[in-house]
Write a protein that binds this ligand. Structure first.
Ligand code: ZN
Length: 103
């Protein structure tokens, strides 16, 4: 859920690898290897963040995000296509945006 925790984990992994290489290759070559490692780490954190945002619904439609987190108040909707009750922009069961308010 938390991409920050995954990013921190990748920082630790990257540092661990560079420190291990530092021991194996010596101080000069060892620290040079941190450059490609940082490149890989940045790419990984970018991919992880993209995936997290897509899962939370921020990537595509933008709707539904606040409703899923809110839980408490707000308007309930009933899906016209399948009758499922939900909060937010689109039906979580069938993905339809055809909905009516249910108070
Ligand atoms: Zn539905």
């Amino acid at each position: 859920m938390n991409w920050m925790a995954q990013t921190m984990m990748w920082i630790m992994v990257s540092l661990g690898i560079s420190i291990a290489l530092n021991f194996l290759l010596g101080p000069y070559l060892g620290w040079l290897t941190i450059i490609p490692i940082i490149g890989v780490f940045l790419a990984m954190s970018y991919v992880i963040r993209r995936r997290q945002m897509a899962r939370m619904g921020m990537g595509g439609q933008g709707g539904g995000f606040g409703g899923m987190l809110g839980g408490g108040g707000g308007i309930n909707y009933v899906c016209i296509a399948c009758g499922h009750k939900f909060k937010g922009g689109a039906c979580p069961r069938c993905g339809s945006k055809m909905r009516r308010a249910d108070f």
